[in-house]
Write a protein that binds this ligand. Structure first.
Ligand code: IMP
Length: 497
């Protein structure tokens, strides 16, 4: 006989709805805060937090350095994937930490390069402006797409068409964005090369980037104003990986594992906590109270919960293990709250896998999660590390699971693993830039919280009232019994924002 058999089905987020609470006048989007703790920190409660309760999944098709930079600017964090060499993951972290708001480390060209050759680099990188430097990195000129026509100048060299240094407005040793902005405004230029005292090129500052930068009130950063960087590790090569990540100044490490209730994971957490006590560890994934407590006692400072629900996940089919995410959150949150009452230590919980639409985010938060991790949502964005392709007139991006054959290619060589897969490969509809999508998601979460009459996530945890709904009720909750045309009818399963 099995140790336990639960005849109550486990529940998904989709099966819950929120009841409205009393909404005061002050309870509006401008006043509602989505600030939430990323990990527990004994010394400083406010050290690690998110301004938007959403992080991107540690996946090859989701979280590279571009996502890391953009999401941190917008108030969340990306978890850099570990299914790559430790060196390349550390480079990604370094790019996030070294990203100086608005200051870009540009691709440079040499004065004797043929225009046709530079045009190839332009096509490969998508960059249209290149600083020209000599062999010592000293700035000698600037060339942009307005300075040449490749059909006329293919055989010329860069020196023939560039704007020479003496005719370019430059900034010497500038580190403040506001100052660079002032020079750009006054000189009517769109780009400003920043040089050191010896004339060596340091950065470029673009006017379009400044506008973005000055417009990032939710940005999450460390005490030196560098963006927060989070990277994942596995339970195999952490002794090699963590030192490189630490050297790159990673802020937080998340363990990437489909089943975290294991001795391997406790060993990994203990080793990191002993050797790098300044780097908090997010443990997981677990789906039971016991799993939660086991990892917290090993030293985890936040816990990811969820197994089997991801949009690319076939773990339940392959192994028969898993649990509905709503039931998981309810169970683990109960253990977390009890642990808090007993110890005064509040361990944030991240709901992970199958958080597909904004209403799923809201239900997960209402049930007690502090933030959610999403893969599919972010895979659709410009900043995910994949290329767009067109399928049946739809612009798509590829999206694949970390347990898929594609993701395991790098690993097989290393660990000789991969007897079966736990994930699939597919495509998701391209959605555009993250900064054009996230505001709508945030607006919807705040609107739900407003309807529930709560001003922040803590109040949401304490005051949310939820109800299970029937399948018919879910059907009734969508537009029905009207003709919306082909577009409207394809909206059966809302899976976008
Ligand atoms: P999504 O947001 O529903 O697409 O789910 C993303 C989550 O699925 C990730 O954060 C992981 O927890 C999980 N995941 C990623 N790759 C795989 C896989 O290959 N098999 C099972 N789960 C996966």
């Amino acid at each position: 006989m099995a140790k336990s058999i639960n005849l109550e089905p486990s529940r998904t987020l989709m099966e819950f709805r929120l009841l409205p609470g009393f909404t005061k006048l002050a309870c509006n989007a401008a006043n509602i805060s989505l600030k939430t703790p990323l990990v527990y920190s004994a010394q400083n409660e406010d050290k690690y937090y998110l301004n938007v309760p959403i992080i991107s999944a540690a996946m090859q098709s989701v979280s590279g350095h571009k996502m890391g930079i953009e999401l941190a600017k917008l108030g969340g964090v990306a978890v850099i994937y570990c299914s790559q060499t430790a060196e390349s993951a550390a480079k990604m972290v370094a790019k996030i930490k070294n990203h100086k708001a608005g200051f870009v480390k540009p691709k440079t060209v040499k004065a004797n390069m043929k225009i046709s050759e530079m045009f190839k680099i332009r096509e490969e990188t998508g960059h249209s402006t290149f600083p020209v430097v000599d062999d010592n990195g000293v700035f000698v000129g600037l060339i942009s797409k307005w300075d040449y026509d490749v059909s006329l100048h293919a055989d010329c060299i860069v020196a023939d068409r560039m704007i020479k240094k003496e005719n370019v407005e430059v900034g010497i040793g500038i580190t403040k964005l506001e100052k660079a902005n002032k020079i750009l405004l006054e000189s009517h230029k769109s780009v400003l090369p920043i040089l050191d005292a010896n004339g060596k090129l340091l950065h470029l500052v673009f006017r379009k980037d400044i506008n973005d930068q000055l417009d990032n009130p939710l940005e999450v950063h460390d005490e030196k104003k560098r963006l927060i960087a989070v990277a994942s590790v596995n339970t195999h090569d952490y002794k090699v990986r963590v030192p490189l990540l630490a050297e790159a100044n990673v802020d937080v490490i998340a363990i990437d594992s489909s089943d975290g209730h294991t001795e391997y994971q406790a060993d990994t957490i203990r080793w990191i906590s002993e050797n790098y006590p300044q780097i908090p560890v997010i443990g997981g994934n677990v789906i039971t109270k016991e799993g939660f407590l086991y990892l917290v006692e090993a030293g985890a400072k936040a816990i990811k919960v969820g197994m089997g629900g991801g949009s690319i996940c076939i773990t339940q089919e392959q192994k028969g293990t898993g649990r509905g995410l709503a039931t998981t959150i309810i169970d683990v949150v109960e253990a977390r709250d009890k642990y808090f009452q007993e110890t005064g230590i509040y361990i944030p919980i991240s709901a992970d896998g199958g958080v597909t639409s904004t209403k799923d985010v809201t239900i997960a938060l209402a049930l007690g999660a502090d933030y959610v991790m999403m893969g599919r949502y972010f895979a659709r964005m410009e900043e995910s590390p994949t290329n767009k392709i067109v399928i049946n007139n739809h612009v798509m991006k590829p999206y694949w699971g970390e347990g898929s054959a594609r993701a395991q290619q790098w690993k097989e060589k290393r660990y000789n693993q991969g007897k079966f897969v736990e994930g699939v490969e597919g495509f998701v509809e391209y959605a555009g830039r993250l900064r054009d999508n996230l505001p709508e998601t945030i607006a919807k979460i705040k609107a739900s919280m407003g309807t529930c009459g709560v001003m922040n996530i803590k109040e949401f945890h304490q005051n949310a009232e939820l109800e299970l709904v029937s399948a018919l009720s879910i059907r009734e909750g969508k537009a029905h019994d009207i003709y919306q045309g082909a577009e409207g009818n394809s909206n059966e399963n809302e899976t976008t924002n």
